[in-house]
Write a protein that binds this ligand. Structure first.
Ligand SMILES: Nc1ncnc2c1ncn2[C@@H]1O[C@H](COP(=O)(O)OP(=O)(O)OP(=O)(O)O)[C@@H](O)[C@H]1O
Ligand SMILES: [Mg+2]
Length: 257
């Protein structure tokens, strides 16, 4: 797609990126761009490479032995695959809300504050302000403001998801990645999550991988289909679902809807 007039430079560029686990290919020659102010949905069957794509974006594969990659992933023009990249800094700039979403076994407040302290923030008031603003942005504040010192462990999944989002937001990230944001949510919480996504979009480049293609159709600006590690098609969501360019996209959509 052409760069949008308001955000002419892509935030992220996958440039001929390929990845392998123990010599079996997981992503093949991916060329894809992501923009600030946009929600990109990644769809595809199980094993098509959706999670690998998200994990590559914040170098989670560094934990994986036998993972190999080729090509580039540029974040604001800088290749994040270079060995000298500071991974803690990268993961603050590129927040991942994975699945299952998890809460640390500490208080709600500390779930967010710990990361800020680890990032070097020592100022108590600034930490409090950041915790409050990220809980507001993830629409959790009203529900938890009177129980910030209580353990986060027994929160229902919908709140844990918003807490993971708040933890990522506290770092003032540039990119937010969601892996299967729909998983475990009832209809009401899922709708709330879609509202939150829409509201925060202007500030971030948002990418979500989903097994729910109706969610992709409702809640994204562009959609990309992956099959067996290859990018089949990527385009504006409405066009993607009503007039897919590829027969494989048409088949996948009609099968799933
Ligand atoms: N840790 C791993 N070790 C070895 N192979 C892996 C690993 N993780 C994923 N794979 C393989 O890489 C390919 C892509 O997997 P990936 O998890 O990225 O797919 P996905 O689209 O997220 O699937 P799902 O919808 O099931 O979450 C698959 O063939 C999978 O078996
Ligand atoms: Mg996955």
């Amino acid at each position: 797609m052409n760069p949008s007039p308001t955000h002419p430079h892509p935030k992220i560029v996958f440039d001929q990126f390929s990845a392998w686990y123990q010599n079996s290919p997981a992503l093949e020659n991916i060329n894809l761009q992501m923009f600030t102010g946009e929600r990109l949905a990644i769809i595809g069957p199980a094993g098509s490479g959706k999670t690998t794509l998200l994990h590559s974006l914040n170098r989670l594969f560094d934990l994986e032995s036998g993972f190999r990659h080729q090509g580039q992933i540029l974040l604001s023009g800088q290749n994040i695959l270079e060995p000298e990249v500071d991974l803690a800094d990268l993961r603050r700039r590129v927040g991942l809300i994975g699945t299952p979403a998890t809460a640390l076994p500490v208080s709600i407040f500390e779930n967010i504050a710990i990361g800020l302290r680890m990032a070097g923030e020592r100022h108590r008031e600034r930490i409090y302000e950041r915790v409050e603003s990220s809980l507001k942005e993830s629409r959790l504040w009203d529900e938890v403001k009177h129980q910030l010192d209580q353990t986060a462990q027994h929160l229902p999944i919908g709140l844990v998801k918003r807490l993971s989002l708040a933890r990522a937001l506290a770092f003032e990230p540039e990119v937010l990645l969601f892996d299967e944001p729909e998983s475990g949510l009832d209809n009401i919480t899922a709708t709330l999550f879609e509202d939150i996504l829409r509201d925060i979009t202007p500030k971030y480049a948002i990418v979500f991988a989903t097994n729910d293609i109706k969610l992709a159709a409702r809640a994204s600006d562009r959609t990309a289909l992956f099959l067996k590690g290859a990018l089949v098609e990527c385009g504006p969501t409405r066009r993607f679902f009503t007039q897919p360019a590829q027969a494989a996209t048409h088949d996948f959509i009609t099968e799933r809807f």
